[in-house]
Design a protein around this ligand. Structure first.
Ligand SMILES: [Zn+2]
Length: 338
């Protein structure tokens, strides 16, 4: 994985070297050093070192003016951090519809430091979104016996739902569910049996819940499309894909969050978008208006362990305000041994 590369060039009496820091697939930092020895006839020596990585905990926060992604990037976050943050709340907050200017966020994150320098973010341990429309906190908890792991709210309730809020991360709705829409291509009143998400060509879209593929292929109107059957009488449809993901064929089982295809404009479509439809008991319903039950939270016998695990993070989130962030983050480093 080539992420968070930091370069450094050294020149000394005997060698000229370049050292790159990166992370392996487990998130562990390593460095690759290539040195050109002057006294070895210009031979290049390559060494790969597992670097000693130190984890710091830092509190990052900011105010949303435009989008949650730009608000996180403005405070030094990277794309990976934006993704991690969005994933935590993917079941509860639609970051397009529920975001308002002036909303704020904070998160406690692991920062990996190798040889005194920042080599990338680790896990997000706690996250908060305070908005005009929605406010929510999530805490990462892993029980000592390893049987419970995931993000939960402060009372130990799961942040996950049986269905995701949307099949795309951070995408915007360009056309909503409407029984009496004037169709832009066909120039007649035709119900819009779903929600359109504007997105660039090739953007991956996901199954919103576990299910089985009941239709996958091409049709003149739908283009490349997939239909999934879920529990409790729900079905979902994903239209106009540029292509479907490998393995997506009738009868295949898919998991919630699994990439099933890529945004396109095949079939009857004016621009690149994903048409997302949902049926309940055979009838089209507005996906945005469905209320889905939450998944199971922290089991009762782990609640005490959970509370003591999140206690310090709750304090850190409670007492901080945007201009005190650094002070709290420093204190937090000394208080918690995670
Ligand atoms: Zn549509």
């Amino acid at each position: 994985m080539q992420r968070g590369l930091l370069g450094q060039e050294n020149e000394s009496m005997t060698t000229r070297a370049i050292e790159l820091y990166s992370k392996d697939e487990n998130g562990l930092a390593y460095s690759v050093k290539a040195s050109l020895a002057k006294d070895m006839g210009g031979e290049v020596k390559i060494s790969v070192n597992k670097t000693q990585v130190y984890r710091e905990h830092a509190l990052i926060n900011g105010v949303v003016s435009n989008s949650i992604s730009s608000a996180i990037v403005e405070q030094g976050g990277d794309a990976q951090l934006v993704n991690s943050f969005a994933d935590i709340f993917a079941w509860q907050i639609d970051f397009f519809r529920d975001t308002r200017e002036g909303d704020s966020y904070q998160m406690i994150v692991e920062k990996n430091i190798a040889d005194g320098r920042f080599v990338g973010y680790g896990r997000v341990l706690a996250a908060e979104y305070s908005g005009e429309r929605k406010s929510l906190r999530g805490f990462y908890f892993e029980s000592v016996d390893g049987k419970v792991a995931g993000f939960f709210d402060h009372e130990g309730r799961s942040l996950k739902n049986a269905f995701l809020k949307a099949p795309l991360k951070l995408a915007s709705i360009t056309s909503g569910f409407n029984k009496h829409r004037f169709h832009p291509v066909q120039k007649r009143i035709k119900p819009h049996n779903g929600v359109d998400y504007g997105a660039n060509r090739g953007t991956p879209f996901m199954a919103v819940a576990n299910g089985v593929v009941t239709n996958a292929g091409f049709s003149r109107f739908n283009g490349n499309w997939v239909r999934l059957k879920h529990m409790n009488g729900y079905e979902t449809e994903y239209l106009h894909a540029t292509k479907l993901a490998p393995g997506i064929h009738v009868g295949a089982r898919v998991n919630q969050g699994q990439v099933i295809g890529y945004v396109g404009k095949t079939g009857l479509a004016t621009g690149y978008h994903l048409h997302f439809g949902m049926k309940l008991a055979g009838n089209y319903v507005d996906p945005v208006k469905q209320n889905f039950a939450r998944s199971e939270g922290v089991p009762a016998k782990y609640l005490r362990e959970f509370s003591s695990n999140i206690a310090a993070m709750v304090i850190a989130l409670n007492r901080q305000s945007p201009n005190r962030a650094t002070v709290v983050a420093q204190k937090f480093n000394h208080q918690v041994n995670l």
